[in-house]
Design a protein around this ligand. Sequence first.
Ligand code: ADP
Ligand code: ZN
Length: 795
Amino acid sequence: MFMGRYKTDSLFEAEEAERGECNHIIRVAFESAADTEFDYLVPDRYWPIGVGQRVEAPFGRANKLEAGFCIEADVPFEKSFAARGKGRKLKIVSNVIDKEPLLDAELMALARWISGYYVCPLGQVLAAMVPGAVKKRAGVKTEKRVYLTNYQLPITNHQLPVTKLRGKKQKQIVEYLKQNKAFDSESALELQGLLAELGCTNASVKKLAEKQVIKIAQKTILKSLPAIPAGMSIKTDTVVLNEDQQKAMAHFNAEIDSGLFGVTLLYGVTDSGKTELYIRAIETVLQKGKSAIVLLPEIALTAQTVQRFSSRLKKIAVMHSSLTAAQRNVQWQKIRNSEADVVIGARSAVFAPLSNLGLVVVDEEHEPSFKQDTAPRYNARDVAIKRAQLSNAHCILGSATPSLETLFNSRSKKHFSLVRLPKRVMNLAFPEMKLVDLRDEFHTQEGISLISEPLAEHLENVLAKGEQAILLLNRRGYSNFVFCPSCRYTLHCRNCDVTLTFHKLPLRGSGRMRTVTGKHIDYGFAVCHYCGAQTLVPQKCPLCGAGFAMIGFGSQRLEAEVTRKFPQARLSRVDSDSMAGRDYYRVLKDFSEGRIDILAGTQMLAKGLHFPNVTLVGIISADTCLYLPDFRANERTFQLISHVAGRAGRSVKKGVVFVQTFLPNQPAIQFALKNDFDGFIKEELKHRRACNLPPFWRLAGLIMRDRNFDKLQAACNAMRETVDNIIRRDNLKITVRGPMPAVISRIQQFHRMQIIIQAPQAETMQRLFAGLRASLRRVRPVVKVAVDIDPVNLL
Ligand code: ADP
Ligand code: ZN
């Protein structure tokens, strides 16, 4: 090809190229965060390489081998030359990692969109789209298998040269292989099993192989590992849709039939039958030979929800964080090989390698956990919409409390429609909401008691009737301040600008601590919820010697108080400290079968649980979100109250919800008590409009961090200047605030500052960041910079 022509320019570094053994160029995006793509020559023995396949290639000045994705195959030489500039030599791919592409054209297009929209290097996006377990080939094993050579059928006739075989063991092996008809690599028997069965050693097998009586073959296999725990029984009576559901279903069917992209906001109160509709919409899509993805927040991916889908849909794959690496790989391969046509999972399931996608469902679309908090900082809900668009699929966003962004879109955007389910199925009454003003509550000696008198009274009745209760306290640990009342010293994290939370036991490891004198201490650990640092809490204040006080509260303290006040009740604490995934399934099973009376814990409890015998829900502190310095604090508070409340009274038994608060007049709490989402929205939108906040304007954050504060400050000022220059140059309508210290001004010894950017339209924001990206490629910033487009919080 071109080799002859360009050889004399010595454009190629390696011998192979000069010998003319490389006839193709590919473009590679590296998994490390380089925001540039590079061209490489491919040795002919590796050709063909496809888009979406990974290669290893020398990178940077040191030519360190790095993995990267092929993003363009067979780049014309002239194009590559033009992109590279004169004098830049092509390097050579050193290795091909994957036998086949990991991503198809549609996912590649999605990756490019994410890279552009979320301002993240393409290689980093691609790396995030394929689970680590798949890249590591977790659970893939090579097995040795054995079979008899030269023994053709029919078996009855052939003579075993048994006489030639020495030793009983060898004869036994041959006889065994013969009995099991292991005559070729297909019918070969697994070696380890055979040895165990016959009680012989590898040596006999080896000898037989040397004599060429048997042959040993390697086979790579992927263990089949179930990802859906069995156990909980789910009733799957045939349900007759009510009128609202029928209307909604007709809408979905029409959308799916159209074969065109569209988004529907399914705005239906808790228990209005949304999940039932998801399942039916999926069935419609499957009948058309297409596939579907269901995204749920991680904490809603309980066995209950997954089993509800798996009991109705056959070829289902699951992707969430409590799977082992091997299970994750199995699930992914299943999807890739079209053995699954429905994928249900958390955030990253939006990248499931399904072909022929017809429907994407995002349940609880308002959940902040759909936003990834490391690069690429994508929101899975918004990626889901984009993916649906790329494959002409329909997208259903479901919620009882939709995000203001989605509500706004559904009223104003072309491809969006809104469908409402205003009633609970079977017309179940909404639970009765009771406010408890904690300011009126009697303060006990050890500070405020977590369970107010009215709540305690009601809980006692509920327990007496053999019904169940859920108590929610949205904070882990025992108390969130360790404070000396006499000198006002507070324990702070040495790495981060936050107070430490008191935990009764260390987060990792178990058992009680022993002091040097051998006495068990009932004290505990101060833990930083940001960096994980933990220290033993001193018995006395190191400054003045007085005893510490625990202020504020967490789920451990709730557990202690319930145990003390209701010693007869069977209680289980549910938070991310006490529950690994599998324990959680077990607890839910025990609760559903009545072996536990009270579940007490964090927001893990707020989602997706369906227990008809729960008649009481206590929200211990409705204010926890309200103190956060975030413009979505009201929205979060409303959502939390209404979702937990939805756990009560899911049957004919009447439910009661106690909402305890120090801020009873807060609009978010008042509207939640009245179950008036529309009223809340109206009020909240007024504020958002007045302050140019989402959903009216777009928001982005630049978070910069460094250990050296002066250096950070200088870099932030320079960044601000760059931003201002682009705004001036392109005449953009954009508001910039900062640099200012981030709300948490130090994490893991890094000082943090932020610049906040507001733009009236997404396009304007995109233009600013396109300009900024180009300029950051030219002048690399000296501190770490994180770009957060559409942030879900500003901490
Ligand atoms: P959501 O997802 O809105 O909370 P679900 O779909 O989980 O609501 O429905 C709540 C419960 O009501 C489930 O047990 C479901 O099987 C049942 N259900 C749904 N639709 C109907 C219906 N039309 N008639 C009777 N039961 C229904
Ligand atoms: Zn810390």
